[in-house]
Design a protein around this ligand. Structure first.
Ligand SMILES: [Zn+2]
Length: 568
């Protein structure tokens, strides 16, 4: 299924799809009646080509043909007059692996027009769930109110396909997860045997359907992996046709070094590389994306197939404990909490919070307590402060912000998240305008009801795709709409290796979005995050109308997209 780096010309727009194995070479007999006809709209086919006045005929789960007006009829007719008809959006950077099990309707994503999610990003995948990894995954499962009742990748994917979700799902295999399976959470170098076992687990998980490798190098235990370890794993993934997606080792003062490392891994492992949510975080680093984009372009000229994705917001969101330096996060949750409680180590942690190290992320000095909102709070003490800044919580508690942060971590058992308002809009624009940028939410499939609706969240979970279209294509006209749609559809499909999705053409999967270019917009904000986007009229997933006039039909026609090594 995936294309190898050598076969894929650099920065090539996807053209008419190749003939797939098993697909007939006979000329198609064209009929006039189809199951569904999306008629009257402007077809933007996902390749970057200009929009055309065409109807889209669908039979079963596939697009039968694109046809001129009145050429075909549909048993079901969807009126797309005045609207854009394009491929379903592919969210190349999602974290819905547990959320989809809690709520298979994928509400916040499907209502943005997302029809496929790639989960298992940032080094953490739902499987394999053994050893210390199992304990850590149980924690995530508990947060989503899901029971972790699988061990292998095959079992996880079966669980998803038996449940049936409203979107298609593919997953990466997390480098942190497999490190936890073999080594646990300790800051030790992988020995030869351990590395061999990690590679075996990765290969097994990919043979069972995992689509590639992800890493999260700011998180424990991902941050304990050496470049050599990652080259070894990325080589295994690439040999099976997979790609390597990385939350790189630093996005602030160490951004340039971290991009260098990602490129080196791609070069030495002969792997496609996706730099996840590319950004420059923290005021001293603003503007650094000029340099990193130039580095990426140069690497591509030298034959390293590296690209990136981005979400259209100036704030990030991740676990609050990423504020701790790697030494403080080593070991089990209990050990980390003991370290925070111990007066001596607590002093050292606090000192490192506020003193730039130039070696790791300097989030606090570069961002400021007043720009860090804490979310996901559920303890009796802190629940009422959900979505407040650390500066505000500290003031209300009459405490120092650093002390407050550590108290929150202890009280919440380390399970708190933070929204960091740390980026410059200029940088976001530079990244979004670049032809290599795919759009990826970095968010989960959420809903205002049920477990995910209990806490504030980053609005990207609800707004990423409509916001990018509204803000950067329609209002500011910084990227042509056809081009931005390409970067939400055929480009991520090509990166992931999905050959039958991401473009509107005969024989492709019938994953389609119909949106109103006048009305499309995001409504979710940092203050009020659980709000669905507007202007998405129809969403079709594998031929099933899942959003009809903006409402969820409760269809669950999504497929689990398993990697097929050997067809690379
Ligand atoms: Zn990440």
């Amino acid at each position: 299924m995936p294309t190898s780096p050598t076969r894929e010309p650099l920065n090539k727009h996807v053209g008419i799809p190749e003939v797939q194995p098993g697909q007939s070479l006979e000329p198609r007999r064209e009929r006039s009646l189809y199951e569904i006809l999306v008629e009257g709209g402007t077809v933007v086919d996902g390749t970057g080509s200009p929009g055309r006045p065409l109807d889209v005929a669908i039979d079963g789960a596939k697009i039968a043909r694109l046809c001129k007006r009145s050429e075909a009829k549909g048993a079901i007719r969807l009126d797309a007059t005045g609207q854009i008809v394009c491929p379903g959006f592919i969210d190349i950077h999602s974290h819905s692996e547990f959320h989809l099990l809690a709520n298979p309707f994928a509400e916040s994503k499907i209502r943005q027009g997302v029809t496929t999610e790639l989960v298992g990003n940032c080094g953490s995948s739902p499987a394999p769930a053994i050893g210390v990894a199992r304990k850590s995954l149980e924690g995530y499962a508990e947060l989503a109110e899901v029971k972790l009742d699988w061990v292998t990748m095959d079992e996880y994917l079966l669980r998803l396909s038996n449940l049936k979700t409203s979107v298609n799902v593919a997953t990466l295999v997390g480098a942190s997860t497999i490190r936890q399976c073999v080594i646990g959470n300790s800051d030790t170098k992988a020995g030869e045997d351990e590395l061999a076992r990690m590679n075996r687990l990765l290969a097994d998980s990919m043979l069972q359907g995992g689509i590639g490798l992800s890493s999260g190098l700011i998180y424990a235990p991902g941050c304990y992996a050496s470049t050599e370890e990652l080259v070894s794993l990325a080589s295994t993934s690439a040999s099976l046709g997979g790609f390597y997606a990385s939350h790189i080792r630093g996005e602030g003062r160490t951004l340039v070094k971290a991009v260098e490392e990602a490129i080196r891994i791609g070069r030495e492992a002969h792997s496609r590389v996706e730099i996840s949510h590319h950004k420059a975080a923290g005021r001293p680093s603003w503007g650094a994306v000029d340099q990193t984009i130039a580095m990426i372009e140069k690497a591509r000229e030298q034959g390293v197939d590296v690209s990136f994705d981005v979400y259209p917001y100036t704030a990030s969101c991740t676990a609050l404990d990423t504020l701790l330096q790697p030494w403080a996060r080593e070991g089990s949750d209990e050990e980390v909490i003991e370290r925070i409680k111990d007066p001596q180590t607590r002093k050292r942690i606090i000192h490192e919070f506020v003193t730039p190290t130039e070696s790791m992320e300097d989030i606090v000095p570069d961002t400021g307590w007043e720009n860090i909102n804490v979310v996901g709070l559920s303890s009796n003490v802190y629940k009422k402060f959900d979505n407040k800044t650390i500066a505000e919580i500290a003031e209300a508690m009459g405490k120092d912000p650093a002390e407050t942060t550590l108290d929150i971590l202890v009280e919440e058992n380390l399970r708190a998240f933070a929204i960091f308002h740390e980026m410059a809009e200029d940088d976001v624009v530079k990244v979004i305008r670049h032809p290599l940028a795919a759009i990826g939410s970095d968010g989960e499939a959420e809903a205002p009801y049920g477990p995910s609706g209990k806490h504030a969240t980053h609005p990207r979970a609800y707004g990423t795709f409509p916001r990018a279209l509204r803000r950067y294509a329609i209002d500011k006209k910084l990227v042509p709409m056809e081009e931005l749609i390409r970067r939400m559809t055929s480009w991520p499909a090509q990166r992931i290796g999905l050959q039958d999705r991401g473009a509107l053409a005969s024989g492709m999967a019938a994953d389609i979005v119909v949106f109103d270019p006048e009305k499309i917009r995001d409504l979710a904000t940092f203050e009020n995050s659980h709000r669905y986007a507007e202007g998405i009229v129809y969403v079709i997933v594998n031929g099933a109308v899942t959003i009809d006039h903006g409402e969820h039909t409760k269809e669950r026609a999504g497929q689990v997209l398993r990697h097929r090594p050997g067809i690379a």
